[in-house]
Design a protein around this ligand. Sequence first.
Ligand code: SAH
Length: 352
Amino acid sequence: MSLKAHIAGQIAADGPMRIDTYMTTCLLHPTLGYYTTRTPFGQAGDFITAPEISQMFGEMIGLSLAQCWLDQGRPTPFSLVEFGPGRGTLMADMLRATRQVPGFVEAAQVTLVEASPAMQEAQRITLEGYDIQWRADAALLPDQPTFAIANEFFDALPIRQYVRDGAGWRERQVGLEEGDLMFGLGPAQPQPALKDRLEDTRDGDLIEERSSAAPVITALGERIAAHGGAALIIDYGDWRSVGDTLQAVRDHEPVDPLQDPGKADLTAHVDFEALAMAAPCAFSRLTAQGLFLERLGITARAQQLAQSMGDAALDQHVAAHRRLTHPAEMGNLFKVLALYPSDGAPPPGTEP
Ligand code: SAH
């Protein structure tokens, strides 16, 4: 059975489906979901992420977190955590780069938070030789100092969408029309949790809410507050957004999110304010990815790597540096929010 037929069957039986349910089903259905049936990253896949563009991305993140670890007095042991590690490339680059920091890799207990067994397998292969633990849920992270990275993780967590109607909200849902999946709106209802959004919206505006993000931030922030550590959260989005940002990407092109469920990646912009407000520890200023990487010295590192490259590799390398940092590429669209202990300093790259 196709995932589309499965979803249509559910809607026929139970009525319109919430968008968060639709997203979770598309991405993580045990046998037909996008992340459970493939590893979609890279040139040959559906989309490319920063760690797949250049090794420099993971190196800079590794050095930022290692500097925090040094500044906090080298707590040992500690958890080195990655959320949604994809192919494991970023963690491999971090672990390689931080070998230069005496004691860091030895003290690190690497934990990957990953829901998809197929992805876990890809990570196991990339990180062969390292002692890795997997957790399906942030609540199960060890209670100890925690240094963490989440790159393009929160955008994959399911959202709900609401359209403003007077003082109430109509939830956007997926329904069926003549056998095809269609968006529709539920009845207008008050939503106490969206009280703040009555201030910055007007009738007809659409807003998005991601309730599954707060428990992750809480679990992570509690460990940082109690035991020390830091987290870098990198994603596309802004402090707060208005409008429909649900997007599907297949073969590097945007497609209709309802067209081929399970065959395209499905994400939505991250509202960083909601993450920051859920944090039981200090949080940094929202920093553009380009600025963050420049502050950490990506240009000097790019020049150093360039010295041993031939023409073809060099062209690709220059393009990769530009893609990660330039404001017209990923430099401004992607943002970094850091979490850190209230009595500590924001991680390098995210200082005000
Ligand atoms: N960080 C990687 C991959 C980003 S794609 C990179 O930058 O290349 C999103 C990742 O999050 C995938 O590994 C996916 O399987 C995982 N994921 C998606 N939803 C998840 C969830 N609810 N819990 C844990 N992992 C999830």
